[in-house]
Design a protein around this ligand. Structure first.
Ligand SMILES: *Cc1c(COP(=O)(O)O)cnc(C)c1O
Length: 344
């Protein structure tokens, strides 16, 4: 297969940051239906000054990655799960959601229009796809908009945490909660991420990679990170991850729960009391952006719970990381049918 011309970018040294590409795609929902969508080079949006996304937070997003395989094929990973989750997020905020087929078309179109920016196989980077759904209809009373836009932008990215698959330190910032049990934590709602910035910034200023949140009601259980789920590994080979009404249902975590038994782990999805953090032999953060980021230590109530002492990922996170990423880039056997080729 002919490899298309590639943008002049140092793909091997990309940060997790926005950079302009050849364009984005936009679909509008108006008068009860979605339009055909347009591709545009514009990086700005014409928006009504009373749009509900601006005033009342009717904004949800998704995040997925597109990879180039060794043989040149372009692959996406479990895209239907992202489509379904966007519908869940949209319903949670009373927004109109794109049907699964439209979501898929929008992502494929954006990837196709930007194939110069799909990083080459093996460089550690990928094309990050960011579907965004916003209420564009004007409202001044608080109620759902009568017009919505689905926008899909893409941008080539390197690792989310600075040095890629290297351990990061977490701290529990108990002055802040991420999401309430009966709130909107299970939605990828834009406002949840603004709500998490105080904890993240405080953690970063203190030299940590990210904050780890506890359940908002009692501060007795582990919830998740700002943009990644949490898991711990016990000495008897159990993969333990929180079940909570306020965590975002990570597709990476969902996939790891399927892969873990194949790698010899027993999976437990249940409440994880903070006391149990001491029992894990390894812990990790998982998500599309983070992939698997091994956790070096967790600082909780003035005490460090240390998982890794030599600054290197442990064997459990390494095995899970390799199992997952080999499928994503098309190297390993895809026995669950998770990857899909995008015809570019
Ligand atoms: C997006 C996100 C995740 C990770 O979900 P993936 O589907 O694995 O990318 C985890 N937690 C939060 C809060 C998120 O926003």
């Amino acid at each position: 297969m002919a490899v298309p011309p590639r943008a002049d970018i140092d793909f091997a040294n990309l940060a997790f940051a926005y950079r302009p590409t050849d364009g984005n795609v936009r679909y509008t929902w108006r008068d009860g239906c979605w339009d055909e969508g347009v591709e545009t080079e514009s990086e700005t949006l014409p928006l009504h000054i009373a749009a509900t996304c601006l005033h009342y937070g009717q904004a949800v997003f998704e995040g997925l990655k597109v990879y180039r395989a060794k043989d040149g094929r372009v692959l996406c990973f479990r895209i239907d799960e992202n489509a379904k989750r966007m519908s869940h997020s949209a319903e949670t905020l009373m927004m109109e959601s794109p049907p699964v087929a439209l979501f898929r078309d929008a992502v494929f179109r954006a990837a196709r229009a930007n194939q110069r920016y799909i990083p080459p196989y093996g460089c550690g980077a990928s094309l990050y796809v960011r579907p965004l759904l916003i209420g564009t209809g004007a409202r001044i009373g608080v109620r759902p908009a009568d017009e919505y836009m689905l926008l899909v932008l893409v941008t080539p990215v390197g690792p989310y945490f600075k040095h890629g698959f290297t351990p990061t330190k977490l701290i529990v910032e108990e002055e802040f909660d991420r999401a309430a049990p009966l709130g909107v934590g299970t939605a990828k709602a834009a406002g949840n991420y603004a709500a998490g910035m105080r904890a993240t910034m405080r953690a970063r200023e203190a030299g940590y990679g990210e904050a780890l949140y506890l359940d908002a009601k009692e501060h007795k259980f582990v919830d998740e990170l700002g943009a990644a789920n949490f898991f711990g590994i016990t000495k008897d080979q159990r993969y333990v991850t929180p079940k909570s009404p306020s965590v975002l249902r990570s597709i990476t975590n969902l996939s790891l729960r399927t892969l873990a038994p194949d790698l010899g782990y027993q999976v437990e999805q249940r409440s994880v009391p903070i006391e149990e953090l001491d029992d894990f032999v390894e812990a990790g953060a998982c998500g599309t952006a983070a992939v698997i980021t091994p956790i070096e230590s967790i600082t909780l109530r003035g005490r460090d719970i240390v998982y890794l002492t030599d600054g290197k990922p442990g064997p459990h996170c390494t095995a899970l990381y390799q199992g997952l990423t080999s499928i994503q880039v098309g190297d390993g056997e895809d026995k669950y049918g998770w990857t899909e080729e995008i015809e570019v």
